[in-house]
Design a protein around this ligand. Structure first.
Ligand code: UD1
Length: 426
């Protein structure tokens, strides 16, 4: 087992470069199943989740090569299995994104039911209802979901009860090779959905309206190969912006798309953090404690749920009381108890957390329960007096490339340590 050991109190300064967006790359890699032609993808972050989806593809017979650092060459010209392995899907729910491409190209897909996970039950009913509306037969048997279609899927009008990112992506991928027109209403508007649509367009798909509530897809007979570079990771960028703010530092966060950061920029400015925008970077400067603010997570362009824990870490040291309301996922407050172990004052009432700012946090042994909770605890550790030892950092490795190295490059005192004793005990 590995841990991060952080000694707080350093002011972060310098420039950090953001990697490609994990949540854009995952559906893009799944979409490589839609053609037998070669695809080259750039700006691929070296992350555990990316390796997992690559393994899922390989398990189906797809060839995945790393010809150049930071790029993947993918060719699905020899797919001979249509069932994803259980251990991989359990490791990462987003593996379920291969269902739409497999079903629409090969007429069959068999994926283990993704189990519950740390941040709520996260059902997949909207994906399945959409596949059925397109003519697939869906059955749940022996822990697997199998979907089959006789002949091509057909386009239909699909209304999503919730603007689910994953359902929008899965259905969009299914629709590009379906017969006729598919309209997805109440679609997710996240930048990663738009990036997937742009990627599909570069393969020859006809996707219109991505980034709005209504996406229209005109099915085509086949798709071609392409070369594509994914967007930068807005959540990684937001996390480093909070790192700058919580350490009262002065950091340039480069390789960003400013538009994607709007909700985070607006909140940080409300807290008194100074943000200067350049064409592809933001400079974040903070002095003194942040002002308290209320935050409510919402689908894009609202405040991202994937930034809720990090912003809460910042609010724990604000000069007053803030209310953080989580509306996207149930049970996404697992970082609260750990932040309290570090001296934060937070009370949870239903879907809201009441955060009373304290003047100082103190380092403590804490545990990361999920990816963003882990990031939040690192941020809290940067501001805390004394040493924070963070366990469960495998969660952080799922979504942040060299997190500790990038922070150390800005002057943070953080090291990755092999926890030999715990390793023996387990
Ligand atoms: C994606 C992101 C994740 C982010 C989330 C919300 C990836 C790989 N992950 O997850 O980091 O936190 O968007 O921005 O891109 N729901 C249903 N039925 C469904 C599907 C979803 O009820 O069939 C509900 C979920 O339980 C949740 C809400 O819809 O409450 C939003 O989930 P969704 O947008 O689907 O999130 P993911 O695509 O899983």
């Amino acid at each position: 087992m590995e841990t991060f050991v952080i000694r707080g109190g350093r002011r972060l300064e310098g420039t950090v470069t953001i990697d490609g967006a994990k949540n854009a790359i995952l559906p893009i890699l799944a979409a490589c199943l839609l053609t037998d032609k070669e695809i080259v993808i750039g700006a691929v972050p070296e992350l555990r989740d990316v390796y997992t989806i690559a393994e899922v593809l390989e398990s189906l017979g797809v060839r995945v090569r790393t010809d150049l650092p930071g790029s993947l060459t993918v060719q699905a010209d020899d797919v001979d299995r249509y069932a994803a392995p259980h251990d991989l899907v359990r490791r990462m729910r987003a593996s379920f994104l291969v269902m739409g491409p497999l079903l629409t190209r090969f007429g069959q897909a068999r994926i283990p039911l993704p189990g519950g996970c740390a941040i709520g039950s996260r059902p997949i009913d909207l994906h399945l209802k959409g596949f059925e509306a397109m003519g697939a037969t869906v059955a749940v048997e022996q822990g697997y979901i199998s979907a089959t279609s006789r002949g091509r899927l057909h386009g239909n009008r699909i209304y999503l009860d919730i603007p689910s990112v994953g359902a929008t992506e899965n259905l969009m991928m299914a629709a590009v090779l379906a017969e006729g027109v598919t309209v997805i209403e109440n679609a997710a508007e996240e930048p990663e959905v738009v990036d997937l649509a742009n990627f599909l367009g570069s393969m020859g798909a006809q996707v219109h309206g991505a980034g709005t509530r209504v996406v229209r897809i005109d099915g085509v007979d086949q798709l071609g190969g392409t070369r594509y570079v994914a967007i930068p990771d807005r959540i990684e960028a937001g996390t480093f912006m909070v790192a700058a703010a919580i350490s009262q530092g002065d950091v340039v966060v480069s390789n960003v798309i400013i538009d994607h950061l709007k909700p985070v920029v607006a909140k940080l400015r409300e807290m008194g953090v100074e943000i200067t925008e350049d064409s592809t970077s933001v400079r974040v400067t903070a002095t003194g404690r942040p002002y308290p603010v209320d935050v409510k997570t919402l689908p894009y362009p609202g405040f991202p749920t994937d930034m809720q824990a990090q912003v809460m870490a910042l609010l724990t040291v604000s000069s007053g009381t803030s209310v953080v309301t989580e509306t996207v996922f149930e049970n996404r407050f697992m970082h609260v108890d750990e932040l309290c172990r570090m001296g934060a004052h937070i009370g949870v009432e239903g879907r809201s957390a009441i955060v009373r700012g304290v003047s100082v946090l103190s380092g403590a042994p804490v545990i990361a329960t999920d990816l963003r909770a882990g990031a939040a605890l690192v941020l809290a550790g940067l501001a805390a007096v004394g040493e924070t030892e963070l366990n469960g950092i495998q969660h952080i490795d799922r979504g942040y490339v060299h997190f500790e190295r990038k922070l150390a490059g800005l002057g943070a005192d953080i090291v990755r340590r092999q926890d030999a004793l715990r390793g023996v005990a387990e």
